[in-house]
Design a protein around this ligand. Structure first.
Ligand code: T5A
Length: 213
């Protein structure tokens, strides 16, 4: 069984729909660049040409609906490619990697939301990913507030965004349970506050993290 390596220069952003990850990711990137670091900002599912194609399969509301198991395995197929082709090479050359979602999303959405076996997800994490962020910022926000923010954008909701509120309540609970179980890796950020306050909070956490890394 492969061990999971925790890497201090790999930072992930997690949260439910509309939590503000994109906004925060840009601020983290800017903070790292100002400190003179190379930064790779990337996302999941996606982050390589093949993984982006898998993303389209996963999120398109058209056509055949994937079963929960298919959804999980496609998330990990995309992640395997992303880790091998983008994340590990960037870490190996000394860059910082800021990732919009990582394996915790699979625990929250496919484990919490869809009710799939968490032990199976952990097995996939060990065998297929083998890598964990040193720092995970969980942007926590109530489901209705997240929905209101996400629906304020022009884009049509994707397949997962069309799920019901109870699905997203389970996602949120699963995230908070993971954060409580791993307090050293997770920082839970109250994302209900205005954007400038959230950004000040996360960049403060990042500065402390950089100083200690
Ligand atoms: N998924 C993913 C799985 O099911 N399993 C997995 O393993 C993985 C990796 C990916 C989907 O795939 C699922 C989860 C997702 O459903 P995604 O691209 O990550 O999709 O999409 P979303 O999570 O839907 O991301 P969003 O783009 O909706 O949300 P963000 O990035 O969190 O939010 P953002 O920054 O775009 O902000 C949303 C709106 O709110 C405003 C912004 O300006 C924007 O208009 N906003 C604020 N407004 C007020 N106050 C604040 N503090 C604000 N911050 C942002």
């Amino acid at each position: 069984m492969t061990d999971i390596e925790s890497h201090p220069r790999l930072i992930s952003l997690e949260g439910g729909e509309g939590a503000g990850k994109t906004t925060v990711l840009n601020a983290l990137r800017e903070t790292l660049l100002q400190a003179g670091h190379e930064v790779v900002s990337t996302r999941e599912p996606g982050g390589t040409p093949l993984a982006e194609r898998i993303r389209q399969l996963l999120l398109s509301p058209d056509g055949e609906k994937p079963s929960p198991e298919t959804e999980l395995l496609l998330m990990f197929a995309a992640r395997a490619q992303h880790v091998r082709e983008t994340i590990r090479p960037a870490l190996a050359r000394g860059a910082w990697v800021v990732c919009d979602r990582f394996t915790d999303s699979s625990y929250a959405y496919q484990g919490g939301g869809r009710g799939l076996d968490v032990a199976f997800i952990a097995e996939l994490e060990r065998r297929v990913v083998g890598l964990q962020p040193g720092l995970t910022l969980l942007l926590d926000l109530g489901v209705s507030q997240g929905r209101a923010r996400a629906s304020g954008r022009d884009a049509q909701p994707d397949r997962i965004e069309r799920e019901r509120d109870d699905f997203f309540e389970r996602v949120r609970e699963a995230y908070l349970a993971r954060a409580a179980a791993e307090p050293k890796r997770f920082r839970v950020i109250d994302a209900s506050r205005e954007a400038a306050t959230v950004v000040a909070d996360v960049t403060g956490v990042l500065r402390e993290w950089m100083a200690a890394a």
